[in-house]
Design a protein around this ligand. Structure first.
Ligand code: S5P
Length: 264
């Protein structure tokens, strides 16, 4: 199926969602399709890693519910850094409940995700009500939603008909709110509407983590499978002495794969 050879810049110009536009513009400007997943458990560690990787990323992904000393100050500081250091924030919340419940989980509680995270994601297992519920909160704020159409972990159930249904739900919701997928390749099998494919399970040095995670290289993900953004976690922050240099290494590998894709 087709791998898009359109540039990030041209896709940004035509995009109806402000967060997707900001992401694509940032990618082009900073020459990076790297999203760093900052899966550490204190505010200080998160902010330290974000400052180190910022020059090399288009997006920072959080799991805000693993932070032991969370206060809303952390979220506000992340938002401030996103503007100062030029990146998009993706809270990897993986909402999975009925519309009314996810609406509350998205806007309320201690985390108030919708107020600081530009992008978030949802499982499609509850059906389209999850998209509408989250949209009631996020759409007026200019946020964006992506759906989990596939996963990177061994033995996951998101394949075949499930993946096809996720794509159908995204099409029905419209690109103004649902801007793409967590997926391992171009699940939409077309470039209209212009969905973003954002892909975890990326590593240059190891193939797995002993807990089901499966890694592919930036070349496999961006060039061969046609994905748009690579998500890298432990490959970048695990070695505390090499956070910036590893981020640079993944940025270069991801961008090279994208430039090669444009030549296809
Ligand atoms: O299918 C998935 C979906 C996601 S969002 N597989 C994943 O690994 N993720 C997330 O990507 C996961 O929750 C983690 O935050 C990140 C991968 O981290 P790494 O350390 O394995 O690179």
């Amino acid at each position: 199926h087709p791998v898009t050879t359109k540039t990030y810049a041209s896709r940004a110009a035509a995009h109806p969602n402000p967060t997707a536009r900001r992401l694509l513009e940032t990618m082009e400007r900073k020459k990076t399709n790297l999203c760093v997943s900052v899966d550490v458990t204190t505010s200080a560690e998160i902010l330290d890693i974000v400052r180190q990787v910022a020059p090399f990323v288009c997006m920072v992904k959080t799991h805000i519910d693993i932070v032991e000393d969370f206060t809303i100050d952390l979220a506000n500081e992340l938002k401030r850094l996103a503007d100062e250091l030029d990146f998009v924030i993706f809270e990897d919340r993986k909402f999975a409940d009925i519309g009314n419940t996810v609406e509350l989980q998205y806007k309320a509680g201690v985390h108030k995700i919708a107020s600081w995270s530009h992008l978030t994601n949802a499982h499609v297992v509850p059906g389209p009500g999850i998209i509408t519920g989250l949209g009631a909160v996020g759409k007026p704020l200019g946020n964006a939603l992506i759906l989990l159409a596939e996963m990177s972990s061994a033995g996951n159930l998101a394949s075949g008909e499930y993946t096809a249904k996720a794509v159908q739900m995204a099409r029905e919701a419209g690109l103004e709110w649902v801007v793409g997928f967590i997926a391992m390749g171009r699940v939409d099998k077309a470039d209209d509407p212009d969905f973003l494919v954002i892909t975890p399970g990326v590593g240059l040095d190891v193939k797995g983590d002993g807990r089901g995670q499966q890694y592919r290289t930036p070349h496999e993900v961006v060039y061969e499978s046609g994905c748009d953004v690579i998500i890298v976690g432990r490959g970048i922050y695990k070695n505390k002495e090499a956070v910036a240099s590893e981020a640079k290494r993944y940025q270069e590998a991801g961008w090279k794969a994208y430039e090669e894709r444009l030549q296809r």
